[in-house]
Design a protein around this ligand. Sequence first.
Ligand code: ZN
Length: 241
Amino acid sequence: MIYAIISDIHGNLEALETVIADAEKRKAERIICLGDIVGYGANPKECIEKVKSFHDVVCAGNHDHAATNQTDTSYFNLYARKAVTWTSAQLTRQDMSYIRSFPYVFEEEDFTAVHANLIKPEQWGYIFDDFDAVPNFVAMKKNLCFIGHSHVPLAFEKGEDIRPYYNLREMEIKEDHKYIFNVGSVGQPRDADPRASYCLLDTAAMTVEWRRLNYDIVSAQKKIIEAGLPYFLAERLQIGR
Ligand code: ZN
């Protein structure tokens, strides 16, 4: 089975359409979304419709919860808070109840999926380094766990010790090791590479591949500016920060 695992779309329709077209070309049979469909970008509704059209599984993200008043936003920076207010105003009651239906954690036969962290997923703790990864490894019931949230693609492998990997293209899964994979962000990458990011999991070949794709950044930026959202949210797309 080939899974496309996507996360952190953030209202960026241009990036989402590019990723879905690539996943279809690569014969992904299921598309699993790790949350944050909305927030920051100018097309929250269009992204919700697109995700609904392939709706398989969507885990809840902190920006999804913020836009539907399900989480505290006092820790959000000014740009994020402005985007939350703008995004909430775009959503219909139907959109809101769709978002409210997302579970925190999804368990598939071979892997677990969560937006941020398996330890109290509703607290959205980040996994930036091997230290952060330790409790998540302890909480994992499967050998593989897919996450998003930091917008930085990376992997942690646990054999005798825990090793982090950055800038990965592909990784072979060893049967007796455990892994945490961050799939990166579709709509707002933050690893200094502005291309959209997602992962393909091939459970027959036992590989994970990170795909990076150019998309129409200029159109996404134009819409952010025209919507009256903070200019910085448009600017950061082009530097991948
Ligand atoms: Zn996010």
